[in-house]
Write a new protein. Structure first.
Length: 354
């Protein structure tokens, strides 16, 4: 779903015109068509791309994890901020889960709760610093990224021998290797290509969709991002909304860290090292504005899926990692350009209507 702030005085003719827009204007539909088209193209060029267990299963597992990463960035962007520490927050939260499993013997569910609590806590500290000092989120989250980089590395070195927690509680192996079809006999419960770990992504999407689409707090988050001064004058506690956004961002980043650790089977300091670029790609491609005020939960999933399909398809075609990063960087530049164009067009429409 796409959630944004709209003018209440929009006339019926304008609303009707918006419903008559051609299908290619709809960004989410365009992303869906592009994902399907590229999947078919890569499947024709490399039939192995459509192998459910060897290709699609790990692809969808990565997409599920990176979608949560992008949702963490989307929440920060909803208030006009960014979270450059999203990868380190993922490592920070996952470290607490690994510590709980390795030293405390916690069950999987308790370790997950500890992970989420740690992520929410570090996100809350970040949001408090931004709201309290008024310093740009770029500066604060960049500083937090460096601080967590050193802290997580030091703690792993002090608490482990190989810079990793290797104790795996019951259930972690199933999250890594089981699909929805493994829940029961046959294909009644789902495709063997869809990993069980994707359930976390679905829950995160449903929660955020409800928050932004059905609650007053969600609307206040968007208004804080669209126009902080107007939100303040309207009686919205913008400081608390910034704190809430970064707390949720940290919690989602920690969830992504747990999912990444479950996918690899180990809890190590390097978790989240490659989360920065996908976090922006998925959110911005999906329709979330960098300036705040507009988010798209479903679009974030589609944007992440598009990046995942491109990455996996080019990898099967033999494109090197360096060339792949160049292509993804170009995609991000195009997405940022489209974001800027949308902002200018929206602003001009508002000016003409006043």
């Amino acid at each position: 779903m796409t959630t944004s702030l709209s003018r209440p005085d929009t006339v019926p003719e304008e609303r009707a015109a918006s419903h008559r827009m051609p299908f290619w204007v709809n960004q989410r539909l365009g992303l869906l068509v592009l994902v399907i088209a590229l999947s078919v193209l890569f499947g024709v060029l490399r039939p192995a791309f459509l192998d459910e267990r060897l290709v699609l299963f790990p692809l969808l597992r990565d997409v599920a994890t990176l979608t949560v990463v992008a949702l963490a960035q989307m929440v920060a962007l909803s208030v006009g901020h960014m979270n450059l520490a999203v990868g380190r927050m993922a490592a920070f939260g996952a470290m607490f889960a690994g510590l709980g499993y390795d030293r405390l013997g916690l069950p999987m569910q308790a370790g997950l709760l500890l992970c989420l609590a740690a992520g929410a806590a570090i996100g809350a500290v970040t949001g408090w610093l931004i709201a309290r000092t008024g310093v740009s989120s770029f500066v604060v989250t960049l500083a937090m990224d460096f601080a967590l980089l050193g802290l997580v590395s030091l703690l792993y070195s002090a608490l482990t021998e190989d810079a990793a927690f290797t104790t795996r509680p019951s259930g972690i192996g199933e999250l890594r290797s089981y699909s929805l079809a493994d829940i029961c006999v046959g294909s009644v419960c789902g495709s063997p290509a869809v990993p069980q770990i994707a359930q976390f992504t679905v829950l995160a999407m449903l929660g955020l969709g409800f928050l932004y689409g059905c609650t007053r707090i969600g609307r206040e988050l968007l208004l804080t991002g669209a126009n902080p001064a107007a939100a303040e004058l309207s009686g919205i506690p913008t400081g608390r909304r910034v704190l809430l956004a970064h707390t949720l961002s940290g919690l989602l980043a920690a969830l992504a860290g747990f999912m990444a650790a479950a996918g690899t089977g180990t809890f190590r300091a390097s978790i989240g090292d490659d989360f920065m670029l996908p976090s922006f790609l998925g959110a911005v491609l999906g329709g979330t504005l960098l300036t705040g005020g507009v988010v798209s939960v479903l679009g974030t999933l589609l944007g992440t899926a598009l990046v995942g399909v491109i990455r996996k398809g080019l990898d099967l075609l033999g494109v090197g990692l360096e060339s792949l990063n160049i292509y993804l960087g170009c995609v991000l530049l195009l997405a940022l350009s489209a974001d800027r164009i949308r902002s200018v067009v929206s602003y001009r429409k508002v000016v003409r209507s006043t």
